[in-house]
Design a protein around this ligand. Structure first.
Ligand code: ZN
Length: 318
């Protein structure tokens, strides 16, 4: 059964920084982003739950965690974005352009958001910290159901962060998607993952994001398991979310779309669903869209806004 959650939009008019918690100036700095896409509210809600608990119980904490809200205007509007995708502003040229903009007269709603985010990131990274590692997690959700997973740039440190949350690994998407926040944070020397929590609007995505954050913070040694609400549940939630999924997959095809294509995915597809060459996946202005090869489907598009209809991946040894 699918449960769809109704979150009052007024409750999502969040401050840029959802929370900041630290008890000892040693250990790791962890920056967690939620709602870079404004209709993916699970990340913001998970961050709120984590910070509410930390503030209420004030446990000892080795390192520092900061929760950052992404597209505030789009979160308030319940849309993926207002003018353009906030997750496509972050290449070197885009950053140069943003830094040259006046904060009072940005050229789009997302330019305003990106500039504020950039200043928030600058402030957190610029602070002289004694931090061992600077780690990020970027929380997202997909318009199709089917498991939590992580998108990473393939490096040992990033694999390790995903493994701490028991998340399947997706390799190669970062090469097909330039100018994401993830690539910017890598360029600044951070390690981290994009963490897809599940279907947009589902309670599952909130639970998986929340469990993943508790699991990560504990595994990094920031928190003692006894200070996490129902630690066993949180670990098992992550293990359950990955059950039956490949440990790692490689991206082999990206179905790029433009609005004039009028692409429509056929209903019922899920993340990691096997498809066969020539299988009918959707339709667009030019006719049926068929799978170009045997593969596993990833991120089939079931929302209006988006520039990829779907990805195809294959399991790899890991
Ligand atoms: Zn997203």
């Amino acid at each position: 059964m699918r449960s769809t959650l109704t979150v009052p939009r007024s409750s999502l008019v969040a401050p840029r920084v959802v929370g900041r918690y630290s008890q000892a100036r040693e250990g790791n700095l962890v920056l967690v982003f939620g709602g870079i896409h404004g209709n993916e509210v699970s990340g913001v809600l998970a961050l709120r739950a984590v910070f509410r608990h930390l503030e209420a119980t004030r446990p000892s904490f080795r390192g520092k965690v900061v929760g950052i809200s992404g597209n505030l205007a789009a979160l308030a509007a319940g849309q993926r974005f207002i003018d353009n995708d906030l997750n496509r502003h972050w290449d070197a040229e885009g950053i140069r352009r943003l830094r040259g903009q006046s904060p009072e007269t940005p050229s789009s709603s997302e330019d305003r958001e990106a500039l504020q985010l950039l200043q928030t990131i600058d402030a957190e990274l610029g602070e002289d910290g004694p931090w061992t590692d600077r780690i990020f997690v970027d929380l997202h959700a997909t318009s199709a159901g089917g498991g939590g997973f992580s998108i990473i740039h393939d490096a040992e440190a990033n694999r390790e962060i995903a493994a701490r949350m028991h998340l399947p690994l997706i390799f190669g998407i970062e090469k097909k998607l330039q100018s994401t926040l993830m690539s910017h944070l890598y360029d600044r020397g951070m390690n981290g993952v994009v963490f897809e929590g599940g279907r947009i609007g589902s309670q599952e995505a909130i639970d998986v994001h929340t469990a993943g954050l508790w699991t990560l913070l504990t595994s990094l040694g920031c928190l003692h398991p006894k200070d996490v609400p129902d630690y066993r549940y949180q670990i098992n939630r992550m293990i359950d979310a990955a059950e039956g999924l490949p440990k790692a997959v490689r991206t082999i095809y990206r179905h790029r779309i433009d609005p004039e294509d009028r692409f429509r995915m056929l209903p019922g597809y899920r993340n990691f669903q096997p498809v066969l060459k020539d299988q009918h996946l959707g339709d667009d202005a030019y006719g049926p869209v068929l799978a170009p090869l045997d593969a596993l489907l990833l991120m089939p598009l079931y929302q209006e806004q988006g520039s990829e209809g779907f990805f195809l991946v294959e399991a790899v040894d890991y």
